[in-house]
Design a protein around this ligand. Structure first.
Ligand code: FES
Ligand SMILES: [Fe+2]
Length: 388
């Protein structure tokens, strides 16, 4: 893992240099973004389709489906999806819809089963989606069972995450999609964490919400009492892999590194990494032994999202002190996101109509926000941007 230490040392060096100079990584110039990009309903419908339904989304953590028979049902973009780990250890994705008359097979959430049984008339599917049995088969009449298996969605497991294409029949190449960002995600060893808590938060519109995940410019003001306590405001070290980004923030102790020998540095204690997978994933290592995974799902209309917020702990908390630390972390990120970030966001969202003809301006110190919108534009305007 010497390489990893080198990566972390380099990030700490870059962050420290900014800290000492009062600077940050920057885009070339401020960028204007018409408010219409946040409001226009037709444009939003197209973006939902092209960005969220024709690119792979991380719909689950591998650790939610550890063993054969573990499954997770999740509704994303109004698409009911069933993720199942098969006897062969492979995770498959299906529409969570019975091939008889469309009943929802499994309630949203995680559980375990040997077979998937429809609650309506008890058709039974194997873990690999094949129709294995029909209740009252001798009365039903003959059908081709092989043509009535569950409808499969393209799915791949990489980096401790399960990636799914929501459009049936649409393939993708997960390695091409992630590129070298996969090694970055792998370094988080997401499969080794313990899932402490998962919850859904209603949020403002997709772009208003995502913008807030992509800069440290607001941290000192908005998060004074929560995550801002741990973060140097307006300091960002940014690296990109295509549309995916790694944001490095400084922890409050960053300045302690000055004047000390690099061989003694524990860089992870002084910087904080956020891995932002396009278009809606954020993995944020706020404290070393706690991690926040956020999946932002756009709503039916442009003014609403649902965020699935998952709290991971390095080890299952077994003592009172460990439980208190995890509960404290969970409460802090809930406050920071639901009250602080989304409080500001709902305020922005509610004022957009009134300023529909104007433009926002993203600063040079908000390069990750600029990149994000640049990639939205690319995916919306250029055919063949997808790498498969
Ligand atoms: S709808 Fe599933 S068995 Fe009838
Ligand atoms: Fe924030």
């Amino acid at each position: 893992m010497g390489d990893r230490r080198e990566v972390m040392l380099d990030l700490a060096r870059r962050a420290l240099a900014h800290f000492e100079a009062g600077t940050t990584d920057q885009a070339d110039a401020p960028l204007e973004m018409p408010v219409a990009a946040y409001l226009n309903a037709e444009r939003y419908a197209e973006e939902r389709e092209r960005i969220f339904k024709h690119l792979p989304l991380a719909l689950a953590l591998s650790l939610e489906l550890r063993a054969p028979g573990d499954y997770k049902a999740v509704t994303a973009l109004e698409t009911p999806v069933l993720l199942v780990r098969g006897e062969d250890d492979k995770v498959r994705a299906f529409l969570n819809v019975c091939r008889h008359r469309g009943a929802r097979l499994c309630a949203d959430g995680t559980s375990h089963a040997r077979v998937i049984t429809c609650p309506y008339h008890a058709w039974v599917y194997d873990l690999d989606g094949r129709l294995a049995g029909q209740y009252g088969e001798n009365t039903f009449g003959e059908i081709d069972k092989s043509a009535h298996g569950l409808i499969e969605l393209a799915c791949a497991e990489r980096c401790g995450l399960v990636w799914v294409m929501l459009t049936p029949g649409e393939r993708f190449d997960v390695d091409a999609w992630l590129g070298d960002f996969a090694a970055e995600l792998d370094s988080l060893e997401l499969s080794d964490w313990h899932l402490y808590e998962q919850r859904e938060l209603p949020g403002p519109g997709w772009k208003v919400t995502m913008d807030g995940y992509l800069e440290a410019y607001h941290h000192n003001l908005v998060h004074r009492e929560t995550v801002g306590k741990h973060t140097v405001g307006n300091l960002l070290v940014l690296d990109t892999w295509g549309p995916h980004q790694r944001l490095t923030f400084g922890r409050k102790s960053l300045g302690d590194l000055a004047g000390t020998d690099e061989s003694e540095w524990q860089p992870g204690e002084h910087i904080r990494l956020i891995h932002s997978g396009f278009p809606n994933l954020s993995v944020s290592g706020i404290l070393g032994d706690h991690c926040l995974v956020s999946q932002i799902f756009p709503g039916v209309t442009a003014d609403a999202t649902v965020t699935v917020q998952t709290i991971l702990v390095a080890d299952e908390p077994l003592t009172d002190a460990a439980r208190a630390a995890s509960a404290g972390f969970s409460d802090m990120v809930l406050e920071a996101v639901q009250v602080e970030d989304y409080g500001i966001g709902f305020g922005i969202q509610s004022g957009l109509d009134a300023i529909a003809d104007t433009a926002f301006v993203f600063g040079r110190n908000e390069p990750a926000v600029q990149n994000y919108h640049g990639w939205i534009r690319r995916f919306m305007t250029q055919e063949g941007t997808r790498p498969w």
